[in-house]
Design a protein around this ligand. Structure first.
Ligand SMILES: *Cc1c(COP(=O)(O)O)cnc(C)c1O
Length: 434
């Protein structure tokens, strides 16, 4: 069992009452962090913001961080590359330690660059190297659309057909999440054909957290490479990418990492690969050895770290906000956040069940695993009955959640800024609606 899943107070007694929620908030060691974020308002009060899994809230420090770079640009012009308070030439290096800590990596294994889908493509260029009968990719059926398109276009790029080259995992009939045993069986069944396993570490739709360590190991045993899309994993659950032996991973920073719409992505490439200069990659000048970058000479000499996958010079404005957001993560600590998340999501589950037992026209089924080891913050509620009406009622009453066709409401109380009172208030609105 991963160590982050062991809690001494897992059997905390919940109660669907204001008194309980207030007390839980008072006892929350992370309660002060809520004050560091800007909440959209509804009737003069903060919304119940349960979409940190889609776009995290703005840290109050973001504006000043951005202004610092605008001011340095005004003051120094091009010299800002070296004379800015945080010199732009090496700006991306500010992320090395915070990101390594966040995803359980060594400093040389991580880099902040590009967008998520871009990074998935760049990493597949290096780690999807089909040959002979080993040309297939094992992935989730109904993966996030961008991942589906990326996977399909990668196999086509190598001359294969997606229907043949993609092996999709599906839940069993009548179930919503994919079983580990079925995944391991698929790996075994296709052991001579799989070149790459690429899965979303936390599924965006169901909130299922995969056993990344076991699957990575199983993939390596059959000779495949294993990569994880951590769009819903980074900043949500503690990760140990280095120890798990993961070949590569990528994530975005605008969901749980609160770094603003479309902000910079992060990538992980395992130590065992970063010094391999012969590994195929699409190259650009920002991946070139720093001593010789400005000699503008012929011949690519990659930096012996994940930085060598960088193409372009760093987009400093997006990065300034990312830096401000990660500073808060470093202070709060991902393991502390995880501890609170387990209690907070457990409370939301409890409250939904309490309401569901008494409800009339609508009944709810939580399709996210009940075991905290198999989920992060998010709960996905399958509505039987008038789901869309219910969702609209929630919205009218100041709840920001999200609706996924055909009938699922996703709610994610995030430990950084959501409170037990948010969950209690949500429960009361849900009660009125049903
Ligand atoms: C959010 C998300 C994306 C978004 O991709 P971008 O390139 O950042 O637009 C991709 N994949 C998954 C699994 C996601 O959850």
């Amino acid at each position: 069992m991963p160590e982050f899943c062991q809690f001494n107070d897992q059997n905390m007694e919940y109660s669907f009452s204001e008194e309980f929620a207030k007390q839980a908030d008072e006892q929350d060691p992370l309660k002060a962090y809520r004050e560091q974020y800007l909440f959209p308002q509804h009737n003069g009060e903060p919304c119940i913001y349960f979409t940190g899994n889609s776009l995290g809230l703005q840290p109050k420090t973001a504006k000043a961080a951005l202004e610092q770079e605008l001011d340095d640009w005004a003051k120094h012009g091009v010299e800002g590359h070296f004379d800015a308070k945080n010199p732009w030439f090496s700006y991306h290096e500010l992320f090395t330690h915070p990101l390594a800590e966040l995803v359980g990596a060594k400093p040389e294994e991580v880099v902040a660059m590009n967008g998520l889908t871009t990074n998935l493509h760049l990493l597949m260029v290096s780690f999807y190297q089909p040959y002979g009968s080993r040309y297939k990719i094992l992935c989730e059926g109904k993966a996030f659309p961008s991942d589906q398109y990326a996977l399909e276009s990668q196999v086509r790029f190598h001359g294969y057909q997606p229907e043949d080259a993609l092996i999709e995992l599906h839940p069993r009939e009548g179930e919503h999440t994919i079983r580990l045993e079925d995944t391991l069986k698929a790996i075994e069944d296709h052991k001579d054909e799989i070149a790459l396993i690429m899965i979303g570490g936390v599924n965006y739709y169901t909130g299922q957290l995969w056993d990344m360590e076991t699957i990575t190991k199983a993939g390596h045993e059959i000779g495949a490479k294993v990569g994880w899309d951590l769009a819903h994993g980074a900043g949500n659950v503690p990760l140990k990418l280095h120890d798990w032996g993961v070949d590569f991973a990528a994530w975005c920073s605008y969901k749980y990492l609160n770094s603003g719409p479309g902000s910079i992505s992060g990538a992980f490439i395992h130590e065992k690969h970063v010094t391999n200069k012969n590994l195929i990659r699409f190259a650009g000048w920002w991946g070139q050895d720093k001593e010789t970058r400005f000699l503008m000479e012929k011949g690519f000499n990659p930096i012996p770290t994940a930085e060598s996958w960088q193409l372009s010079n760093a987009p400093v404005f997006a990065m300034a906000i990312h830096k401000a957001a990660l500073d808060i993560f470093q202070k709060a600590g991902i393991n502390n956040l995880r501890k609170k998340a387990v209690k907070l999501t457990g409370y939301l589950e409890y409250v939904i069940q309490q309401v569901s037992e008494k409800s009339g026209d609508v009944s709810f089924e939580i399709i996210t695993p009940t075991n905290p080891e198999e989920r992060g913050c998010q709960l996905s509620i399958l509505c039987h009955g008038k789901g869309k009406e219910l969702f609209d009622f929630l919205t009218q009453n100041g709840v920001i959640a999200d609706w996924r066709e055909p009938n699922v409401i996703r709610v994610a109380p995030v430990p950084m800024y959501n409170s037990f009172m948010d969950v209690y208030r949500f429960g009361k609105i849900l009660e009125q609606a049903s």
